[in-house]
Structures are given as C-alpha cells and as structure tokens.
Design a protein around this ligand. Sequence first.
Ligand code: FE2
Length: 293
Amino acid sequence: MNTPSSTLHPQVHGIFDPVTWTVTYVVHQGPGTPCAIIDSVLDYDPKSGRTRTVFAQQVVDYVQKNQLRVEWILETHAHADHLTAAPYLKSKLGGKTAIGHAITSVQKVFKTIFNLEQSFQQDGSQFDHLFKDGETFQIGELTGRVMAVPGHTPACVAYQVGDAVFVGDTLFMPDVGTARCDFPGGDAKTLYASTRKILSLPPQTRLFMCHDYPPTDRPIAFETTVAEQRAKNIHVHDGVTEAQFVDMRTRRDATLEMPVLMLPAVQINIRAGEMPPKESNGTAYVKIPINAL
Ligand SMILES: [Fe+2]
C-alpha cells in the first residue's frame, strides 16, 4: 500500500440533490478507471413513506457512461438528513460498502433509542468494511486514506484521495461554517479538533462538502480549499479559539430543529441502507419514539 500522494489530482464529479441539499461524489482517474462513490442519496417521501431511485440513477448513469468500475461505496457517517442509496448502487454497479469503525457506537445508541429488534447487530457487520483512523485503501491505482473526524457524530470520517478530501459534515462552505454537534454522541470540542486536523493539510488541498445550504445570494457550491477555509470560514477561520467555537456552536445548536428525515434516515442508515426486517404482513416499518430525542 502506498500513502496517498497529495500530488495526485483525481477527477471528482459531484451530483447535487436539491431535496436534501446533499452532494454525492464519484472520484476516479478518467473514463474506464476504477472509482469510489461517496455519500449517495435514496429519494424518500416522508409523507407517504415511499422511496425512489431517481437521484441514485443519475449516479448509475454517470458511472456507466464513463465505464467506471466501482470499487467502493463510502459513507462519511450515518446521515441524519437523507437515506443512503448504497444497496441500490451496489446491486447495479457492485463495489464494497464502508464507513468508519465507530459506527458500532452509533448503532448501540440508536438500538436503545429505537428499541430495535433483538437480532439487530451492533458490530457494523451490515457494511462490507469498517475503516480505522489512518487506514488506507485502493481505488485502482489511487490510494485513499481515512481520517477520523468525530464531533458532528462520533463515527464521522473524511476520505483523502490524492489532493482531494471529502470532508463529510465537518465543514460547510466558508460562508455557512460547520455542522451541528447536538446529535447523540456529538461534541463541539471534538469537532473543533477535527476541523483543525483537516485544515492542517496543505493549503491547496481541495475540500469537497457533503452539503451546501447557500445564502440566498449565491448559487450552490461544494468545492473549496484548505487555504480558503482557513481564511474565510465563518466558524473556524484561523484565529478562532476552541472556547470561542464551542460557545458559538452550543448556542447555535440550541436553536436548530431536528432534520425532517432524522428518524427514518438514522434507522435505515445504521443498517447500511437496508430497510428494517419486514413484519408478518410483508411490510417494513420505521419507528417514531415519543419524547425520547
Ligand atoms: Fe450529517
């Protein structure tokens, strides 16, 4: 295994989902090469409980049009704002699903909160692979490296591939700031340390956001650099202390509502995107805990 050379400049294709404000990425080295898919989205209508694969099909179409070979279907964390389309993509394109090793602690917390079935495994075995901090992996000749970046959730990871880093929900675009830290296992002090870890990479490193929530006066954007974040990020630009960040983050998080898809998303994403077991009538259900969150 090689360590990731930051001189490598892989191609990164982002597809934006305007319903959940999420970006799915395909990283590769050109037509006919191996690729990884990062943070996919399954369409979910909370009013009817119906899922669709219209957005995920855009990813399938891009991969097939460019004759890419899917090696990995990666998650930066168990998302609370959208459902992953990993099972659909795997069925269409192949590849191994993976997430950070600490997903096991997230599974334990939510197994209790949702009182999930006895047979629900808390060992991450729903995923094909669990990454440890610093672990490397191959996308053909590209070497990826896993960076544990907890804080938004305890299991958050970023993926570094050449000079590109997929930061998950640690950082947003500079004018939006950082992700909330008030979900179970989240911690503002820990997120501050994770942002400094990313921002200690070389200044020209390309950073790819998992979401964009743009102010009304600019179009959607999801690529920036370490240098730009250090100069301009409204929450963690150079000079902001840990204490200042924790104070800001804690005050702000107290004002935020739960994401619309939090309850179904978490229950399905901790199963690597599989639905809960069907009940005796052949239907799968998600639960709504009353006054527990
Ligand atoms: Fe998130």
